[in-house]
Design a protein around this ligand. Structure first.
Ligand SMILES: O=P(O)(O)O[C@H]1O[C@H](CO)[C@@H](O)[C@H]1O
Ligand SMILES: O=c1cc[nH]c(=O)[nH]1
Length: 365
């Protein structure tokens, strides 16, 4: 049985928990649960300042807890799916809507809830929130802070975060779906390095292994592509940072590049992308179960340029979405929610005010 954390333990552990190392993963998980969840499973913040503030403006989402009824708008969110581009998340929102049988009221269409932030796009489809995160650590970091606060203000219960991305495979062919088990930084550390008040802080970049295995189990033998699990390298750059020869600058040889990629491969790294460590570190710190599912858009052992035709890229990018939708359907079915979404399509309650927009009114814009 998982150990129970008491107030006394809470006082003993410094919140930057690397100061007091945990005995084992189980103890760390119990501690994290204690500091990140209320007893009913709703999200608790590891920041006492927020509840003392008159209002909290989620600036980059164009939302706020005074200006919006966040509980009414988002209280039923169970899955937060993120990916780099607004277009991918718009596609995923429409795809998952179909997959879970969520019907919009007549004349309504999905609306980008964060359109007026001009930063990120966000679509809500029943219990699924689909959000674009941009490229790289700073963009994801800002979004994660605001998404975790959104979960808190909305009183969401045990939300699950999944990144749906693209990546470069290492010895892995384009079109392969890759589920991350460990996210590694540029120095192959399984953590994310932050600079806070001028000091270096490392937070473990831990993803949920059980969730990764469950996602893998949902790959079908009939899928015309492979789905694998492996280590993911997360870099701060697409070009020199990923050992590419085709950036504006390059001060290493092709042999050096190949030796580096081989070294990664020997270390068990199967793909490279640019968000997994920050995504893993912040979800883990918030006690949120998370996974990263990417499709390889090239095999880096064969080259650097991304040159797959547009239609091929489009089809490849649907593959992680298909896997994630199988998982969402499975969880909703287990909770008896899929049936209610499918079975009462006509009676899904009145549209959440800020989620949909009437087609007619858009036509006038
Ligand atoms: O396809 P997405 O999810 O945007 O992610 C990958 O693509 C971008 C680089 O092209 C990086 O952000 C990398 O992580
Ligand atoms: O090679 C690649 C492809 C997609 N995304 C990356 O970060 N690298």
């Amino acid at each position: 049985m998982a150990p129970t954390i008491t107030d006394k333990d809470f006082k003993v552990h410094h919140d930057r928990n690397q100061v007091t190392p945990f005995k084992d993963d189980e103890e760390e998980d119990a501690y994290t649960r204690y500091v990140t969840r209320y007893s009913d499973g709703t999200v608790k913040l590891r920041n006492p300042n927020i509840e003392l503030m008159d209002q909290d403006i989620l600036y980059h989402l164009a939302l706020g807890n005074e200006s919006h009824d966040l509980k009414e708008m988002f209280g039923d969110i169970k899955f937060v799916c993120m990916g780099g581009t607004p277009k991918r998340m718009d596609n995923f929102a429409h795809f998952i809507m179909n997959e879970i049988g969520y019907k919009l009221p007549a004349g309504m269409q999905l609306q980008d809830i964060s359109a007026y932030s001009y930063r990120y796009s966000m679509y809500k489809v029943g219990p699924v929130l689909c959000v674009s995160h941009g490229m790289g650590t700073p963009s994801v970091s800002i979004l994660m802070h605001e998404m975790i606060k959104l979960m808190y203000h909305a009183k969401c219960r045990d939300p699950i975060f999944i990144r749906i991305g693209t990546c470069g495979g290492i010895g892995i062919e384009g079109g392969t779906v890759i589920i991350t088990d460990d996210a590694l930084d540029g120095q192959l550390r399984n953590s994310h390095e932050f600079t806070i008040l001028g000091e270096t802080v490392h937070r473990p970049a831990k993803l949920d292994k059980k969730l990764a295995r469950e996602l893998k189990s949902l790959a079908s033998a009939d899928d015309p592509y492979d789905t694998i699990i492996g280590k993911t390298l997360c870099t701060n750059d697409f070009y020199e940072g990923q050992g590419r020869l085709d950036g504006a600058f390059c001060e290493f040889s092709e042999n050096e590049k190949m030796a580096y990629l081989e070294k990664l491969r020997e270390h068990g790294v199967v793909n490279i992308e640019m968000e997994s460590t920050i995504f893993a570190a912040l979800t883990h710190h918030a006690g949120i179960k998370a996974a990263v599912v990417c499709v390889a858009i090239l095999n880096r052992l064969n080259g650097d340029q991304v040159n797959a035709p547009k239609e091929v890229m489009h089809e490849w990018q649907q593959r992680p979405q298909i896997l994630v939708s199988r998982y969402i359907r499975k969880v909703l079915a287990q909770n008896g929610q899929l049936k209610s979404l499918l079975g009462h399509q006509g009676s899904i309650k009145s549209p959440r005010r800020f989620t949909f927009v009437q087609q007619e009114s858009q036509a006038h814009d």
